[in-house]
Design a protein around this ligand. Structure first.
Ligand SMILES: Nc1ncnc2c1ncn2[C@@H]1O[C@H](COP(=O)(O)OP(=O)(O)OP(=O)(O)O)[C@@H](O)[C@H]1O
Ligand SMILES: [Mg+2]
Length: 232
């Protein structure tokens, strides 16, 4: 067990699921977007990342999810990841809730299993009974919850949430925060791990720990309250 200065424990067994050490990445030659960046996730839970525009937070998620590969450093990810973006319209593709969720399911399931997974994912995000609802009739907050249901239906165990509440009103923001906090609770049988990027500092009160990204490098984990005070 490694414990950092602010007391957030790092379980070495758990942190082996993601090796992300001294990673550098350049979108264009001559400037490092990520510069010797390291990340270790202390355990299951809701972990938040903050930092100025352009500091490299979304690029970090692109790297973890395997969309781009590092130029340098050590990277291995044994989590099954799901990326969730600010705008659900960019990731909901099919006409109804159920048909869209089908895209997230593992191949090889029979019809009964598919229906069970879809029902369970919709229940987890409070969209019970909405399997046949056309997506264009959902509110923004419901669409974002459906995108989250897709991540859960895919059986991802690491959610990468890139400003998932940026376009939502306060009520929908809190509903997404509470769902993610609930499914990431360590006391759950199979808690997911969530990395959540935000510019909305009030969200840090929900997290198990938060880290600040500065010029392509991530600092250590602190409590959310400490980071709120640091950023104000
Ligand atoms: N697809 C891309 N092609 C070229 N450059 C990119 C691309 N994506 C990001 N960048 C550049 O990488 C740098 C970091 O961008 P990134 O989106 O990772 O920052 P961020 O911390 O997520 O910012 P924000 O808070 O505004 O979302 C920026 O200079 C950006 O212009
Ligand atoms: Mg970003």
């Amino acid at each position: 067990m490694k414990v950092n200065l602010k007391g957030i424990a790092d379980s070495s067994e758990f942190s082996k699921n993601l090796v992300f050490e001294n990673i550098s990445y350049s979108w264009k030659p001559g400037s490092n977007t990520l510069d010797q960046c390291s990340l270790s996730i202390p355990g299951p839970g809701l972990w938040m990342l903050v930092g100025a525009n352009g500091s490299g937070k979304s690029t970090l998620f692109h790297l973890i999810s395997g969309l781009i590969v590092p130029n340098n450093g050590q990277f291995r990810c044994f989590f099954k990841t799901a990326l969730m973006l600010q705008n659900p319209d960019r990731q909901l593709l099919l006409p109804s809730c159920a048909s869209d969720l089908l895209l997230s399911l593992s191949p090889g399931m029979n019809a009964l299993q598919r229906n069970q997974y879809i029902k369970c994912a919709l229940n987890q995000v409070g969209l019970n009974g909405m399997a046949e609802r056309p997506i264009h009739t959902l509110s923004g907050g419901q669409k974002q919850r459906l995108a989250l249901a897709g991540a859960l239906a895919s059986q991802a165990n690491l959610l990468l949430l890139d400003e998932p509440t940026a376009l939502l009103d306060p009520a929908s923001q809190i509903s997404i925060l509470e769902i993610v906090r609930k499914i990431s609770r360590k006391s759950n049988e199979n808690p997911v791990t969530a990395l959540w990027i935000t510019h909305r500092l009030e969200e840090l009160t929900y997290c198990d720990g938060a880290a600040i990204m500065k010029q392509g490098r991530l600092g250590q984990w602190f409590s959310g309250d400490y980071v709120i005070r640091t950023m104000q």
